[in-house]
Design a binder for this molecule. Structure first.
Ligand code: CTP
Length: 404
């Protein structure tokens, strides 16, 4: 998860009435853990769902609920609370509050604070699907966007009322990512990034197959970092158990051939291709249609393998390739194999994992191979490393890729 963007940031977290208030407890914890200062302001309705005491304990600051709070020396809470803020985040944002914002109403502390702000405003809607789809709500949301307010979500799925549809609040982690994304420098703005991540799965029969230990964490971290840097991101993922990073378009595939086909369908639009997936080099020539059974003679099964397409090399071979980046996991002699692999695949940049194979771990140390030589990046958690790599990739982009 991103943390650097939020360290030292001062946020006013405005809570309005809705069952999604429970998610704000976790969101506050994530924000404060990342080093942000969180000033909670609650509407009267929000206090019906979660107590100010809980929010005070989690944010480590007094919570404000009233315009007439005597703790503010000049009695101008609506001005003072937002003056040092880098942003106001309204989460959950109720139907009623969106309507108030759209019309510039100021009849309680939180709405007055929003009208009197001199910082960006982000809203995270949470409501029943009918309330979200109501033409009045949709009109208000269009107006908020036109006023330069960021609307994060909503999500789709089961709702507290038992109905299913659009309107539920983003999960706490996704809200956190969206806020981090808001503060990230947009060094990839206007660029399209295509990535592969995770392992592939090559079937032997309907129940068995060959895969590898790639967790997909590095590829997902890069997808998240690219999205936060302002890129439009398309992630082609092998079978992994990871949440899709907020704002990223994800396409799930199983085999190397599927991954190859998915990449080839989309690569013409990409400015950057990052091949992080641990693609199986071989597949069984003819996977059995039926489960392979033990025979009475106990004969061992034999398989004939054929080579899978090399996705990275195929992308690099295109007449107008995107800026293509490869990854290499080696069990030894990385310094030799890394540069050799970069040249063989004909890519400008190849990232090698230093040290022991790091499948599934959260930390990594990498070395960048390119024509000018090799450069190490300091050991860090995968998200920090991903952010550093996105900065390095952005620095190396030819300007012409903007007009591909
Ligand atoms: N790669 C790919 N398609 C393949 C094999 C690898 O796109 N069929 C990409 C990986 O996503 C990675 C890079 O090529 O970016 C290097 O992968 P790696 O498995 O280390 O290289 P191989 O070419 O498979 O070489 P070897 O296994 O012999 O080391």
């Amino acid at each position: 998860m991103a943390t650097a963007e939020l360290a030292g940031k001062h946020l006013v977290l405005g809570m309005t009435g809705g069952i999604a208030c429970y998610k704000i407890a976790e969101l506050t914890r994530l924000l404060t853990k990342a080093g942000a200062t969180v000033q909670v302001v609650m509407t009267e309705a929000a206090t019906q769902f979660i107590t100010p005491v809980t929010m005070q304990a989690l944010s480590g600051r007094p919570v404000y609920t009233s315009q007439w709070d005597a703790r503010v020396p000049n009695n101008m809470a609506h001005i003072d609370l937002s003056r040092e803020a880098d942003a106001i985040v309204i989460a959950p944002a109720s139907t009623d509050f969106l309507a108030k914002l759209a019309h510039g109403m100021a009849d309680d502390l939180l709405s007055t604070l929003c009208v009197a702000r001199d910082c960006p405003l982000l809203v995270v809607p949470a409501m029943n699907r009918q309330m979200w789809q109501n033409p009045a709500t949709q009109r208000n949301v269009t107006q908020l966007r036109a006023d330069g307010i960021d609307v994060l979500g909503p999500d789709s799925g089961p709702q507290a009322c038992g109905e299913v549809g659009d309107g539920r609040m983003l999960e706490a982690a996704a809200t956190y990512e969206a806020i981090a994304s808001f503060f990230s420098p947009k060094i990839l703005s206007g660029r399209r990034v295509l990535l592969t991540a995770g392992p592939t799965f090559e079937p032997l029969d309907p129940v068995r197959g060959i895969t590898n230990r790639s967790s997909g964490k590095m590829g997902f971290a890069l997808a998240r970092a690219a999205q936060q840097a302002g890129a439009e991101v398309h992630l082609v993922a092998g079978p992994v158990a990871l949440e899709t990073p907020w704002g990223v378009f994800r396409e799930d595939v199983q085999t190397a051939q599927h991954m190859h086909d998915a990449v080839m369908r989309s690569v013409a639009d990409a400015d950057i291709f990052i091949g992080v997936a641990a693609v199986a080099d071989w597949r069984v020539d003819h996977a059995s249609e039926h489960k392979i059974k033990k025979t009475a003679e106990r004969a061992l099964p034999t398989f004939t393998f054929v080579e899978n397409p090399d996705i990275l090399a195929a992308v690099a071979k295109l007449p107008h390739p995107p800026f293509a980046v490869g990854f290499a996991a080696e069990s030894g002699d990385l310094e030799v194999h890394g540069e050799e692999k970069r040249v063989r695949k004909n890519v400008p940049l190849l990232i090698g994992n230093l040290g022991p194979l790091t499948f599934g771990l959260d930390d990594n140390e990498v070395i960048m191979f390119e024509a000018g030589g090799a450069t190490k990046l300091p050991r860090a958690d995968k998200q920090t490393l991903a952010r550093a790599l996105i900065v390095e990739i952005a620095k190396r982009l030819p300007d012409t890729s903007l007009i591909r």
